[in-house]
Design a protein around this ligand. Structure first.
Ligand SMILES: C=C(CC[C@@H](C)[C@H]1CC[C@H]2C3=CC[C@H]4[C@H](C)[C@@H](O)CC[C@]4(C)[C@H]3CC[C@]12C)C(C)C
Ligand SMILES: C[S@@+](CC[C@H](N)C(=O)[O-])C[C@H]1O[C@@H](n2cnc3c(N)ncnc32)[C@H](O)[C@@H]1O
Length: 366
């Protein structure tokens, strides 16, 4: 072969390989985000590195920092985290930012949908009902629940970038008339008292420095007899604070997921009762006969490696902002800690509580 022909053939093959690797393989499981579209939320490209260091500085705060001062900073720290990870999550996981028990012989997408529809069924949702999604992400669960039940869903997230992504997805799915998204803090919600028939939170309230504050707000905005379902991230009774391997896994989960501190399983219902809820049902959905939720993380190892290469190449070509690689590495590590948490049984991301606001509430004088 002529050297020139050889060079052209190699160049064409190289181009085809890069195209396949980045545009085809690199697309999200639920198409919508491609590697070439990765941004860092609303952070300007040249500020990604700074924000990433800022994120880590939260975990380096001096011990003597008053707990209250740290708690005040949590919403801004969580907002920064979601600016950094939202696109990578969408690209590598899909539009629902949570886990689900795996369903043998069925896709991740099916398992995710079933876990979300369970919420709608527990809430007895239906047409004419107005539901609140507490910590809605980019709205994967909201769309599934609105489509399954016919209800109207209002979602709240602290992250403005997610609000825009969620609204765009709602429009694209033709569900924008029944799915609304609001930017705000779920510990001080911009909704009137008794304005929702039901509410749910999927793997979101673990970001709150005080569960009492979120549950108290949900209680306030629910109508009397309204139901609330929450899937909580907690440590299980198998967790031993004197086992260094346990501590490492739990700290790894907290650091890689913007958590001010994981709660114990038995704290959840206690807080719910304190704010006035009746506990209708409480169950760890990760327990057998459910199939492991962490197998999806384990099976993804090959694609993480591919994703890492794609991100490095795009950063080098200046298509993706600098700093994305570091964030991706952090998530890779987090996946390892989450898997350890699941395999050892010391952690669950799906401790489910079904709560009811009593028909009549008595207000106690202060
Ligand atoms: C509820 C929360 C988020 C839970 C999960 C949706 C995410 C937790 C860890 C994330 C991921 C880890 C590894 C990434 C991988 C290296 C990358 O190539 C593709 C994306 C990942 C799979 C990413 C996807 C989302 C998670 C599974 C928390 C924050 C409370
Ligand atoms: C892991 S994501 C889960 C999103 C969604 N429930 C899902 O399953 O796809 C957690 C969500 O909680 C939101 N969140 C965390 N702290 C918040 C706060 N203080 N106020 C409002 N939203 C918050 C985040 O912005 C994010 O949307």
């Amino acid at each position: 072969m002529e050297p020139a022909t050889m060079a052209w053939t190699l160049a064409a093959a190289g181009f085809a390989l890069v195209y396949w690797f980045v545009w085809v393989m690199g697309a999200a499981e639920v198409q919508g985000k491609r590697a070439v579209d990765l941004q860092m939320g609303s952070i300007a490209d040249d500020k990604v590195g700074d924000r990433y260091s800022q994120y880590w500085s939260f975990f380096r705060s001096p011990k003597e920092t008053a707990a209250a001062a740290t708690a005040e900073k949590v919403p801004a720290f969580v907002d920064t985290f979601y600016n950094l990870v939202t696109d990578i999550y969408e690209w590598g996981w899909g539009q629902s930012f949570h886990f689900s028990p795996s369903l043998p012989g069925r896709s991740h997408r099916d398992a995710t949908r079933v876990h979300e529809e369970r919420v709608a069924d527990l809430l007895q949702a239906g047409p004419g009902k107005r539901l609140l999604d507490v910590g809605c992400g980019v709205g994967g669960p909201m769309r599934a629940i609105a489509a399954h039940s016919g209800s109207h869903v209002v979602g709240i997230t602290i992250n403005e970038y997610q609000v825009n992504r969620a609204r765009a997805h709602n429009r694209k799915a033709g569900l924008d008339a029944r799915c609304e998204v609001v930017c705000g803090n779920f510990m001080a919600m911009p909704f009137p008292d008794a304005s929702f028939d039901g509410a749910y939170s999927i793997e979101a309230t673990c970001h709150a420095p005080s569960l009492r504050d979120v549950y108290g707000e949900v209680f306030r905005v629910l109508k009397p007899a309204g139901l609330y379902v929450s899937y909580e991230w907690v440590t299980t009774p198998l967790y031993r604070a004197d086992d260094p391997a346990h501590v490492e896994a739990i700290h790894g989960i907290e650091r890689g997921d913007a958590l001010p501190g994981l709660r114990r399983q038995d704290e959840i219902a206690a807080v719910a009762k304190e704010v006035g809820f009746e506990v209708v049902k409480e169950l760890d959905l990760a327990l057998p006969p459910a199939h492991p939720w962490w197998t999806r993380l384990k099976m993804g190892r090959l694609s993480y490696w591919r994703n890492s290469l794609v991100i490095r190449a795009l950063t080098l070509l200046r298509v993706a902002p600098k700093g994305v690689s570091e964030v991706h590495e952090m998530l890779y590590e987090t996946a390892h800690h989450l898997t350890r948490g699941g395999e050892t049984g010391i952690f669950t991301p799906m401790h489910m509580v079904l709560l009811r606001k009593p028909e009549t509430t008595t207000t106690t004088a202060a």
